[in-house]
Design a protein around this ligand. Structure first.
Ligand code: UDX
Length: 436
């Protein structure tokens, strides 16, 4: 099929490359010309496992091309997929300006019959509002994505399910688009546009809810001198609860959970439903992001000025260079504001972070985890659970830190291994503090 994907951001780029891999002839459209130029060279502007290799493969096969001008697209394109961003507005609602800008261009340029697919995460009812705008030759469908950063290519090609919303003719075209995956046995779920839109928010809100739930219990465990590891084991062996997305830490970040949970609260309020516990998911996450700062203040009895604190990990999770809503930034901003000097390392996000703090000489970025340790630290924080930190020799860490405390915001080590290695001070989330 001839397909156009609008928005070469995270979702659009991965989807465009994967649709080409499925054998479709894809044009990826983005107004950002420098991004398009990079992609044409086979360079991925984002770090994502397997993406660059697949990009080069589909470029070589001739199934992927690019454009930054909608007026020059072929009229033979039968599927137009909108995958532009829907960032949060100050009140938490989704900014739909990029989505509508593509819709208006499609109304202007597409002359024949075609399918318009909304892949961007949009408030429930947006599909219906767009359907009212477009002419009868354009069919409209909703097709939310469930891609995780770091494994987005795998998530696309081996999805748990494909969710589509729309009327029968639109669904039939989407079935053809996804046929290679349907043949592999992937469940293809069709429903109304509103249900598909709400399904996307529901999935993200429930996953975020699990994280906030365990984080709130970890706050209780800290106060009540219980151990979240034991509670985790005790509850997750119940198959009704399961053991995924229940790892305590310093809060969730990224481009989806924070934005989508806030947008769902807005959606509920707009239809007169008290968002109730949906509102708590985000509030608990915000308070959890203060964990690092409040533990450090307690340890140093509020005397922070002039401390030198190391950071291992900056990205909102391992496997990505994405800093959006990363918990590390909340901690770093609070510490810099209190006169602390920061020495940081992330395997992938150093470059993004140096750009964010370009004006601030109190933070520096080093090229390895070891390099941070030789900087005579007063404390070390682990903000992202990269495997290389989990694999780091605790004996080496103990010798390098000496009396400096380790604040492990992602519970990378067991308390037993910390005790065996004899670290001076170890603080972790929801577990008793350790000092030797
Ligand atoms: C998420 C959804 O998983 C995906 O289906 C959706 O389409 C987009 O949003 P992503 O944002 O890439 O994907 O990251 P994910 O792996 O879900 O993690 C989100 C955040 O939750 C990270 O900051 C992570 O550290 C945190 N997290 C995750 C926890 O704190 N504890 C957990 O148990 C799991």
């Amino acid at each position: 099929m001839l397909v156009a994907v609008y928005g070469a951001g995270y979702v659009g780029l991965v989807s465009g490359v994967c649709f080409a891999k499925l054998g479709h002839q894809v044009t990826l459209v983005d107004v950002n010309k420098s991004r398009i130029a990079m992609l044409q060279e086979g360079i991925s502007p984002i770090y994502e496992t397997g993406l660059e290799d697949l990009l080069q493969e589909v470029l070589a096969s001739g199934l992927l091309s690019f454009s930054s001008n909608m007026a020059e697209l072929s009229q033979d394109i039968s599927v137009h997929i909108i995958a532009t961003g829907t960032p949060s507005l100050p009140d938490g609602s989704a900014d739909l300006s990029q989505v509508y800008s593509v819709v208006h261009s499609l109304i202007e340029h597409v002359k024949g019959e075609a399918l318009v697919v909304i892949k961007s995460t949009v408030p429930v009812g947006t599909g219906n509002a767009i359907a009212a705008l477009i002419n009868e030759k354009l069919h409209l469908a909703s097709n939310p994505e469930f891609l995780r950063e770091g494994s987005a290519v795998q998530d696309f090609l081996n999805a748990d399910r494909i969710v589509v919303g729309g009327e029968a003719p639109a669904i039939a075209i989407l079935r053809e688009l996804y046929q290679p995956l349907i043949e592999k046995g992937l469940p293809f779920l069709s429903m109304s546009r509103q249900s598909a839109e709400l399904a996307k928010y529901s999935a993200n809100a429930l996953l975020a809810c699990k994280i906030s739930f365990i984080n709130q219990i970890s706050q209780l465990a800290e106060k009540l001198e219980a151990n979240i590891d034991d509670i985790h084991r005790a509850i997750t062996l119940d198959p009704r609860i399961g053991n995924q997305f229940l790892n305590p830490g310093i809060g969730y970040g990224g481009s989806c959970f924070p934005k989508d949970v806030r947008a769902l609260v807005q959606i509920a309020e707009a239809v007169g439903i008290d968002p109730g516990f949906l509102g708590s998911i985000d509030r608990i996450n915000d308070s959890q992001k203060n964990w690092v700062f409040s533990q450090i203040k307690k340890h140093f009895k509020n005397a922070l000025v002039g401390l030198r604190i190391g950071f291992w990990g900056l990205a909102f999770k391992p496997g990505t260079d994405d800093l959006r809503e990363a918990s590390s930034l909340v901690a770093i901003d609070a510490l810099l504001g209190s006169g602390v000097k920061i020495i940081a390392y992330d395997p992938e996000a150093n470059e993004q972070a140096s750009a964010r703090y370009a004006e601030n000489s109190d933070i520096q970025f080093l090229e390895s985890a070891e390099a941070v340790l030789i900087e005579k630290l007063d404390a070390l924080v682990i903000a992202t659970e990269w495997q290389e930190f989990k694999d780091f020799s605790l004996l080496e860490l103990r010798d390098a830190l000496s009396q400096a405390p380790l604040f492990d915001g992602r519970n990378c080590f067991s308390l037993e291994s910390i005790e065996r290695a004899g670290l001076a001070y170890y603080y972790s989330v929801g577990r008793p503090h350790f000092s030797s």
